[in-house]
Write a protein that binds this ligand. Structure first.
Ligand code: ZN
Length: 294
């Protein structure tokens, strides 16, 4: 058994034995490595599909696991091809399954039959996913001729004009790089000057009104100025309206509410009362007069 724990026996010599496994004469992979000299490692292998055992003819379901002898048997480009040799659990027969990197699947090579239940896209109205054969192309010589003339037409009518126009553009831009560069730099310089000026004025405005420095101010042109003026006018009108309304409300309610004007209102009330009384008393003689006249 391998040295699983860290017990170092008294006669263990690090110089001589190097490792505990070497001291015990065991491989780190233990019993699984017993056929390593034949290039075989024992691994746990799970059946990727349903099979029938070739010896006992029993059905073995997908997912049954075996202690399989894993062995590298070749390469597909740089990808190793492995074979898994398993012993049937229902009889003494052996069967072998290989990886198939070309088609990314497993194949049974001997000792069993694979139950064919792979999804076939072509059978179900789709297209083959792994088209390893490639397109054979039309076998009809006339069709082939038509295809080649089509290609030629495409070349002369589409591809060549497109290439020519691209080359024209390229020539135009590469004929005088100096003047083009000059123009571009001049334009950039002018642009930069304007930008700098705007930045300066913006900073002044921001400093004046204590606005956040990250705020971007709108561009000042006729439209924005007109718009801003309009907004200002509207806001002012609104304020005036509100003010007027408030004033009117204040004047009507002041007679009853405001304490400063209470004496004045009292005076007017007394005046009106007096006028009424006087009017009434004035009427009495008139009434009595008229009555006496009668
Ligand atoms: Zn069997």
């Amino acid at each position: 058994m391998q040295g699983f724990n860290k017990y170092y026996p008294p006669d263990y010599d690090g110089e001589k034995h190097k490792s505990l496994n070497a001291y015990r004469g065991k491989h780190a992979l233990g019993d699984r490595a017993r056929k390593l000299d034949q290039g075989i490692l024992i691994t746990r292998f799970e059946l990727p599909f349903n099979i029938w055992c070739g010896t006992c003819n029993n059905h073995i379901g997908m997912g049954v696991r075996y202690n399989a002898e894993k062995k590298k048997i070749g390469n597909y480009y740089s990808t190793p091809i492995f074979s898994f040799r398993c012993k049937c659990h229902l009889c003494d027969g052996w069967f072998e399954i290989q990886t198939d990197p070309k088609n990314t699947r497993y194949i049974v090579t001997s000792g069993a039959r694979q139950k064919d239940e792979d999804w076939d896209p072509e059978e179900n109205g789709g297209f083959a996913v792994h088209d390893t054969e490639g397109n054979a192309g039309p076998s009809d010589p006339l069709a082939a001729l038509e295809k080649s003339t089509d290609a030629q037409n495409h070349q002369t009518k589409v591809q060549i004009p497109r290439l020519e126009s691209l080359m024209d553009v390229s020539d135009r831009f590469n004929s005088d790089p100096y003047s083009l560069s000059l123009k571009a730099r001049k334009h950039f310089r002018e642009d930069k000057k304007i930008r700098k000026e705007k930045e300066k004025s913006d900073t002044q405005v921001k400093d004046k009104y204590a606005l956040p420095s990250t705020l971007t101010l709108a561009e000042e042109d006729e439209d924005t100025i007109k718009d801003a003026k309009e907004q200002w006018r509207k806001g002012r009108e609104e304020i005036m309206l509100r003010e007027n309304k408030r004033r009117r409300l204040g004047s009507t309610s002041s007679s009853s509410r405001l304490p400063g004007s209470s004496s004045a209102s009292k005076a007017t009330a007394v005046d009106s009362l007096r006028a009424r009384i006087l009017g009434n008393s004035g009427r009495h003689p008139r009434i009595s007069g008229s009555a006496s006249n009668r």
